[in-house]
Structures are given as structure tokens and as C-alpha cells.
Design a protein around this ligand. Structure first.
Ligand code: PLP
Length: 395
């Protein structure tokens, strides 16, 4: 085989389908969301609107100080897997704190939210005989991959539609083990799941529930426990999955649940067992983030002030904002070429960074911008963005 020609053709095909991704080289420092773009050997100041550091905690002075102190004391790495290298004490402390955050008995830390989903779902499929998976149509790639690798039968229910979920549940014998998998805040549409309705169906049809709270932890709830904290549903959910990388500004992922479930995953999940654990400073800093208390509430309020302002401003400007009850603002474009061209123009003429969202992240024809304000954007930043989008998309 002519390997290099094969790869070159593969890339050409991706370009033809307008799916070629341009990664922008950026530098984030204390001025975030005002960041630096490195392009053609030069650096210039731009403003980003497409990260997931919703509360700006990646730049929080207290958390940075806590991390530096932790590095000075405990070093830069964990030295190995939890199993063989040593079960880092700070990871266990964080797991207890995360379990408490979600009103669950136990927690388990993974190297990312992606790995937490993929490894847990794959493992559940392997250890529960004949497990039937019911998955929301808009679930994230990490869930889709976990489902695929589980080898289980799956039924996809219509996005956020309890009626369709019930139809699918009814089609299965009551005594077949079932797992309903959904997200609390959907990353591309910004929708929020009907958590209570899903729990009621799970009880009625004897299913377990698995919720991905990745875009909700930190951002919702007085303690940052996500939508399940706000809706007071946490104790009724079987597995709550989350990340430290978005609302908490760090990196790493986790699951929480009953002791027996979490212990079974700990013993069987290859994505947990066969990899070096996170450095201790991540867990120490995450514990500090979980202890922010009233400051977290203030940051959440700052975030939603900007979110509401941007949504109202874009709508008033005549732009097609998809309805979203969360901090994620989807702006409809519906064409990969237009989306890419607008993104380039925003960057070149207005120094604004909005990455086009295209297939396979979303379906073809549903291309969009995913505007993601943070607690650190100002109203002036928002005014500038709205005017730039109006010029690029409507004039
Ligand atoms: N789940 C959802 C819904 C996501 O959107 C993402 C990432 O964007 C993940 C999981 C993966 O989380 P992490 O970035 O911590 O790997």
C-alpha cells in the first residue's frame, strides 16, 4: 500500500466535504478571555467566545496559588497508576468530596471526562449480562464510543423526549437490565434534560440512570453540583458523571454513585486501571475549587448576566439564536462553508475567536457557532461581539 498517498487522499476528501479543521494556536494568560493568537509567525490579541472555562476558574488567583504550592510539595506527576504506582491520597480525598457534592456514596477519578464516559459505559456493558442501553440522540461522542465498545444492544431515543423514551422502554421485557444514558446540559444545543421525568420512567421500567453533568458542574447549584443539585434529583440518579475541565477550570473527569457500582467500575474499567493517574496537584486544586462557597455563586451570577445579555442582543440584532435555557448559546448558520467563512472574517476583521461547529460534532446542515460566554466577559465585550456577528452574518 502507498500509505502516504492514502493519507493525503483522506485529507483531500475531508477538505472537499468542508470538514477540514483548522486549529488556531492561542495563548491564554491572566487576561482571559482576551487571549493571544499565533499566526504566520506573529502574535496578536483576540477575544475568545468558544471555550468551556465557564467561570474563568482556570485563571483564579487562589486556585493558581494552591496549585503552585501543591506542585512545590508533591511534584509534577503522580508517578504511576493507582493500582501499582500507589493510590494517591489526594485523589481519594477528591473522590469523597465529589461523592458528597452529588449526594452519592462514592466517586472515581479518571484522566478526563471523555475517558470517564467511555471507560464506564464500556465496563457496564461488559459486566452486566444482556444490558440494554437507551441513549439520548444528542449524546456526546465519548458516550457514543463507550456504547459502541460495550457491545450492548442500544436504542436511541429522540432528544429530550420522555414519550419516545417510554415507547422504547415499553418495547423491552421488564426483567431485562437497562441503562438510560443522557446529559443534563447538552453541549451543542444548550438544552437541559427533563431529569425528573427520566428518573420516573427509570423507576417505572426498572432501569438504571447515567447522567453526564459535564457542562453543568460548577455552573449550576450553590455547591456546583449541576442540574441534579438544582432539581434536587441527585440521590435518585444511579451514576452522575462529571468533569473538572469546564466549570472547575482544570482537567480530569469522574463518576459518582453507590459504593458497589463505583467499586465494580474501579475493578473492571481498563481506562481507569491501565493509565497513570492525574498529578496530585489537580486533585488538591479541585478540592479548593469545590470549597469556593459563596464566590462560586457570584461567578455563576456574573456568567448568567453575560449569557442573558448576549442572547437578548443577538436576538434583537435579528440573528438566529436557537432557544437554549443554559449558558451555551447556539447561533444557527446551517452551512459549513458559510460557517467557516464567517469564522475567518470574525478573526481577521474583528479579532474574535469563534470556531465553526461542523460535522461530525453536529449533523451535516446543522452547522453553527456555539457561543460560550464566561464570567470574565464584560458587557462591552458582548456589545462588540453582537455587532461583529451582525456585520458578518447579516450585511
Ligand atoms: N461529555 C460531554 C457532554 C462533553 O461535551 C465533553 C467535552 O466536551 C466530555 C464529556 C468530555 O469531557 P472532558 O473535556 O473532560 O474530556
Amino acid at each position: 500500500m502507498d500509505y502516504l498517498t492514502y493519507f493525503t487522499d483522506k485529507i483531500a476528501q475531508t477538505r472537499k466535504e468542508q470538514r477540514y479543521r483548522i486549529f488556531r494556536a492561542v495563548e491564554r494568560d491572566t487576561h482571559f478571555p482576551h487571549i493571544k493568537l499565533h499566526l504566520a509567525g506573529k502574535a496578536r490579541a483576540i477575544t475568545t467566545w468558544c471555550g468551556v472555562d465557564y467561570l474563568g476558574l482556570s485563571q483564579h488567583p487562589g486556585l493558581k496559588a494552591a496549585m503552585m504550592e501543591a506542585v512545590a510539595q508533591f511534584g509534577v506527576g503522580s508517578g504511576g497508576t493507582r493500582n501499582i504506582g500507589g493510590n494517591i491520597h489526594q485523589h481519594e480525598l477528591l473522590e469523597q468530596a465529589l461523592a458528597q457534592l452529588h449526594q452519592q456514596e462514592a466517586g472515581l477519578l479518571f484522566t478526563s471526562g471523555y475517558v470517564a464516559n467511555e471507560a464506564t459505559l464500556k465496563t457496564l456493558g461488559k459486566i452486566i449480562p444482556n444490558l440494554q442501553l437507551l441513549s439520548d440522540q444528542e449524546n456526546h461522542m465519548s458516550i457514543i464510543e463507550g456504547i459502541r465498545e460495550s457491545g450492548c444492544n442500544k436504542l436511541i431515543f429522540r432528544h429530550n423526549d420522555p414519550n419516545d423514551l417510554e415507547t422504547k422502554l415499553k418495547s423491552l421485557p421488564l426483567d431485562v437490565p437497562k441503562l438510560i444514558i443522557f446529559e443534563s446540559v447538552y453541549s451543542m444545543s444548550g438544552d437541559i434534560a427533563p431529569v425528573k421525568a427520566i428518573i420516573a420512567l427509570a423507576k417505572q421500567y426498572q432501569a438504571l440512570t447515567y447522567v453526564d453533568e459535564v457542562h453543568a458542574v460548577g455552573v449550576y447549584g450553590a455547591h456546583g453540583g449541576g442540574i441534579s443539585e438544582v432539581t434536587k434529583t441527585a440521590p435518585d440518579l444511579d451514576i452522575i458523571q462529571g468533569t473538572l475541565s469546564k466549570g472547575f477550570g482544570l482537567t480530569g473527569g469522574y463518576i459518582t454513585g453507590k459504593h458497589s457500582i463505583i467499586d465494580a467500575i474501579r475493578l473492571h474499567a481498563n481506562g481507569f486501571i491501565f493509565t497513570t493517574s492525574l498529578p496530585p496537584h489537580i486533585s488538591i486544586t479541585a478540592l479548593n475549587a469545590l470549597a469556593l462557597g459563596a464566590e462560586l455563586t457570584t461567578l455563576q451570577q456574573q456568567l448568567f448576566t453575560i449569557v442573558d445579555y448576549v442572547k437578548a442582543g443577538l436576538t434583537a440584532a435579528g440573528l438566529k439564536v436557537l432557544p437554549s435555557p443554559s449558558q451555551i448559546i447556539p447561533l444557527w448558520i446551517g452551512d459549513p462553508g458559510l460557517c467557516e467563512a464567517a469564522s475567518v472574517r470574525l478573526l481577521e476583521e474583528f479579532n474574535l475567536y469563534l470556531q465553526p461547529i461542523n460535522y461530525p460534532t453536529i449533523k451535516k446542515g446543522e452547522e453553527r457557532f456555539r457561543i460560550s460566554p464566561t464570567a470574565r466577559h464584560t458587557l462591552q465585550d458582548a456589545d462588540y461581539l453582537i455587532e461583529a456577528l451582525r456585520i458578518c452574518l447579516l450585511s
